[in-house]
Design a protein around this ligand. Structure first.
Ligand SMILES: Cc1ncc(COP(=O)(O)O)c(C=O)c1O
Length: 426
């Protein structure tokens, strides 16, 4: 048998190889990255897959390479290819930043090591002594950071149920610099009317930042309602696979100076995300729309089941018609999301603990937004960093159980909850 018989036309070097190989570094290679930019009208599903991603200029790789380098060579004094040092900028991070900005409809973004780094970055934009109005039941870590800033930089903070617009209006003092909105809030799923609060803040010259972690840009885009900044813990839905921690801050359309300030602050604080982690989040984004639909379908069914269960006192889920802000959810959001909380009728610690320990498909763990379902006890876990008084003010009792509904079959999740509730201690 002659060697020629097995010539593979796909192996470079074989005489049968029929593609033209461009010499390394040839100017024409750059052409790969010159695909037409994303069409603004592209639908969300298309944007999730393509945002931020161009075929790599060196070899045409369809996924952006992980540029694992701390530094970049200069060709000459003051001449480089757009990057000098990875804390300040990195092509893999830039791809993720562009993708998140496009999904949120912002002008640009900066990606941070964690969601808390993103929160810290935003607070660092404020002059010492500023006044902040914040969602009363914000994430416990955000509360802890705000409390720290009260001591470290003389920040003044008013925690409010931002659904009470009269109270917001009253709280906005002359030197209020920022309104911090978490909607839906964590863990009680209270909603804030972003447009109404952002209008009040703007009238007083204050910035509005929205932590959009719970819904992701698939279900809520705060810039459409007048927000100035959007913040994410990308650890959650954006990455979606519970294998990375990260954060992002996005600036509103037209806010070039604000974008430059957040990018500069990320560099200044040294909180920029590693290229490897950026790559993972970028990969996660591609399935964001599909995952959010599955999370929501599961949560809708689980919420309905719990709401009808005789052992359950209350279910906190904006998708339920009985939720006090159901209409606002319909207006402001494109869906209701995958997070919900509930309270047992007799929320004794041993009964709550029974549910937490007995569930099979819901892992008892911190965090949310991954493909796998999680159950948490906010009072002792995610919101343990709040003082008992702050928890009481926010309405977070010791009997609140929070669910992050994953993408498993809803029937299995309901079966699991049904068994745990049926075997509650009397
Ligand atoms: C709404 C919200 N924002 C911010 C954060 C902080 O994010 P990270 O844990 O990535 O620092 C969390 C974490 O649970 C969160 O739930």
């Amino acid at each position: 048998m002659s060697d020629q018989t097995h010539l593979d036309p796909n192996v470079p070097g074989n005489p049968a190889y029929h593609f033209t190989i461009l010499p390394a570094g040839s100017p024409s290679q750059v052409g790969w990255s010159r695909r037409a930019p994303l069409v603004p009208r592209a639908r969300l599903a298309t944007r999730c897959v393509h945002a931020g991603v161009q075929p790599d200029p060196a070899y045409g790789a369809v996924m952006p390479p992980i540029y694992l380098t701390s530094t970049f060579a200069f060709r000459d004094v003051c001449t480089n290819a757009g990057y000098d040092y990875t804390r300040s900028g990195n092509p893999t991070r830039a791809a993720l930043e562009e993708a998140i900005a496009q999904l949120e409809g912002g002008i640009g973004a900066t990606c941070t090591t964690t969601g808390m780094a993103a929160v810290t970055l935003v607070l660092n934009l404020l002059p010492a002594g500023s006044h902040v109005v914040a969602t009363v039941d914000c994430y416990g870590g955000t509360f802890r950071t705000l409390e720290h800033a009260k001591v470290a930089s003389n920040l003044k903070v008013t925690y409010l149920d931002l659904g009470d617009l009269a109270a917001v209006s009253k709280a906005l003092e002359q030197e209020t610099a920022l309104v911090w909105i978490e909607t839906p809030s964590n863990p009680l799923l209270r909603l804030t009317d972003i447009a109404a609060v952002a209008a009040l803040a703007r009238a007083r010259g204050a910035l509005t930042a929205v932590d959009n972690t719970f819904l992701s840009p698939v279900l809520q885009r705060p810039f459409e309602h007048g927000a100035d900044l959007v913040v994410h813990s990308t650890t959650k839905y954006l990455n979606g696979h519970s294998d990375v921690v990260g954060g992002a801050v996005v600036a509103a359309p037209g806010r070039t100076a604000l974008l430059q300030r957040i990018q500069s602050m990320n560099n200044l604080l040294g909180t920029s995300q590693s290229p490897h982690d950026c790559f993972l989040v970028l990969r996660g984004l591609k399935t964001l729309l599909l995952r959010m639909r599955a999370h929501e379908e599961g949560a809708r069914q689980v919420a309905g089941f719990l709401a009808a269960h005789p052992a359950v006192a209350r279910v906190f889920y904006p998708g339920l018609p009985g939720h006090p802000q159901h209409e606002l959810a319909r207006r402001q959001q494109d869906g209701f999301g995958g997070m919900l909380s509930f309270e047992l009728k007799d929320g004794r610690p041993d009964r709550v603990n029974h549910v937490l320990r007995t569930l099979r498909w819901f892992t008892l763990a911190e965090s949310l937004g991954g493909v796998e379902s999680l159950v948490a006890h906010p009072a002792s876990m995610t919101h343990a960093s709040m003082t008992p008084e702050a928890r009481a003010r926010a309405g977070i009792t010791d009997s609140v159980i929070r669910l992050s509904v994953g993408i498993e079959a809803p029937e299995d999740l309901i079966g699991d909850l049904g068994e745990a509730l049926a075997s509650l201690p009397h």
